[in-house]
Design a protein around this ligand. Structure first.
Ligand code: EPU
Length: 419
């Protein structure tokens, strides 16, 4: 098992460039299934979830390769609509292949998706939406066999603005017969990027950036070159890291607009921010102040994907704070590890009460999910002594090289490869 060695260090200092967004590129790779020919994705992050999606595409007969421009995906040789179990069950995003496969192959066969265990992650909304559009499913032992002779546009209101369901709905609609209206859609920037990619490829999606998408089905989509935008969650991770360590860092390509709710919280913690173009300077002079309550919400609210690094940051803040997790049912898993490091955290249902401590103590820790893993690396940086973080493959699902990034910012963080 590979581990990350972290030496507790002082304030982070330095400048950093943020990788392309994981949650934008994964549905865009799924969208490539709808486009015969070769698409090029620039600024695509080199992360294991992208590798896994590429292997899924290859299992269908597509080819994927990297060159100096980015990731190329050629789906002209796609022939297989059955997805291999070991790949599907290793990533939640495999479910967003369901819509495109039904649209292109008229059938799909896959197991229930896996992914980070951060609470119940059912796929009922995905299946309901696709059924409304004419798909028929047979489900046995968590295996889904889908058929859709002709996906047909209709009006569907999502019961909750789920990111993945909105994406599957868009992907199923862009080449469906007639007009689809999706109501109560997710507003997350990654959904907007998917729409921009598809519109560049010839799709007709109106209402991008609103909760009502009107999609006119088209006959054909055409290959495009598309630039993946910077990852707001990775940027947020380093912003909180500067705050937690009382550091001063520059982020060269900040997706500032997408981080409004996050910047509001760090300002409450006493952080100074200055922005020039996309260059954001983050400066925390004193110990971060506690915040009374931060609630995770769908976009534009505070993102659940930054809740863990927020928890680490509040563990070393001055005073008592509360976090409320409203998106996933089991996303406070790092609390136990932080408590072992000396943090004072009490979980009461959806709420975590955190009393900040001046010091955390180094420990051997185990990552249990992607964002929690990154938050434990930060905890190690804030702690006194040397920490080890096991299960670091979780972190590699979404961070290109968290050790490299923290080293740029002056911390001693290193991956130890064990054979
Ligand atoms: N939900 C259902 N039924 C469904 C679909 C979702 O009940 O059919 C529930 C989920 O169980 C959850 C809530 O709805 O409680 C929100 O789930 P959503 O569908 O919005 O999330 P997702 O599409 O599975 C994406 C990101 C997550 C991010 C969430 C919320 C990708 C690949 N994943 O997941 O990212 O936390 O949206 O913003 O885009 C991560 O990057 O670490 C990560 C987990």
């Amino acid at each position: 098992m590979d581990i990350i060695h972290v030496q507790g260090s002082g304030p982070l200092r330095g400048e950093i460039q943020i990788q392309g967004s994981k949650n934008a590129v994964l549905p865009i790779l799924a969208a490539a299934v709808l486009i015969e020919g070769t698409c090029c994705l620039k600024n695509c992050p080199h992360i294991s979830d992208v590798n896994c999606m590429c292997r899924l595409l290859e299992s269908m007969g597509c080819s994927t390769y990297w060159d100096e421009d980015g990731l190329k995906v050629d789906t002209s040789t796609l022939k297989e609509s059955r997805l291999p179990k070991e790949l599907v069950t290793s990533m939640r995003s495999s479910i967003i292949l369901l819509g495109p496969l039904l649209a292109r192959c008229k059938e799909a066969s896959l197991d229930y998706p896996g992914g980070c265990v951060i609470g119940d992650r059912p796929i009922d909304m995905h299946l309901h939406l696709l059924k409304e559009m004419g798909a028929v499913f047979t489900i046995q032992n968590e295996h889904i066999a889908g058929l859709a002779e002709q996906l047909t546009g209709t009006t569907i209101r999502l019961p909750f603005p789920s990111v993945g369901t909105t994406e599957n709905g868009i992907l199923a609609s862009v080449m469906a017969k007639g007009r689809t209206t999706l109501l109560n859609c997710a507003l997350e920037p990654e959904v907007q990027q998917l729409c921009r990619f598809l519109n560049a490829a010839g799709a007709k999606i109106e209402g991008v950036g609103t909760d009502c998408l009107r999609i006119e089905g088209v006959e054909k989509l055409y290959p495009v070159t598309y630039m993946i935008e910077a990852d707001r969650i990775v940027a947020g991770t380093y912003i909180f890291s500067a705050v937690a360590t009382m550091g001063r860092i520059g982020i060269l390509n900040t997706p500032v607009k997408e981080l409004d709710s996050v910047l509001e919280v760090v300002k409450q913690m006493g952080c100074r921010l200055s922005l020039e173009g996309k260059h954001l300077e983050v400066w925390q002079k004193e110990r971060p102040k506690a915040v009374s309550l931060v609630q995770t919400q769908v976009y534009p609210g505070f993102p659940t994907d930054l809740q863990s690094v927020l928890m680490t940051t509040l563990s070393v803040s001055d005073g008592e704070s509360q976090i409320e997790e409203n998106i996933f049912s089991n996303r406070f898993k790092i609390a136990g590890e932080l408590v072992r490091m000396g943090a004072e955290i009490r979980i009461e249902g959806r709420r975590a009460r955190i009393k900040g401590k001046e010091k955390l103590y180094a420990m051997s820790l185990l990552a249990e999910d992607l964002r929690g893993g990154a938050a434990l690396v930060l905890a190690g940086i804030c702690a006194q002594g040397n920490s080890l973080i096991g299960n670091c493959h979780y972190i590699e699902r979404g961070y290109e090289d968290i050790c490299r990034d923290y080293r740029f910012l002056g911390a001693a963080v290193e991956k130890i490869v064990r054979s």
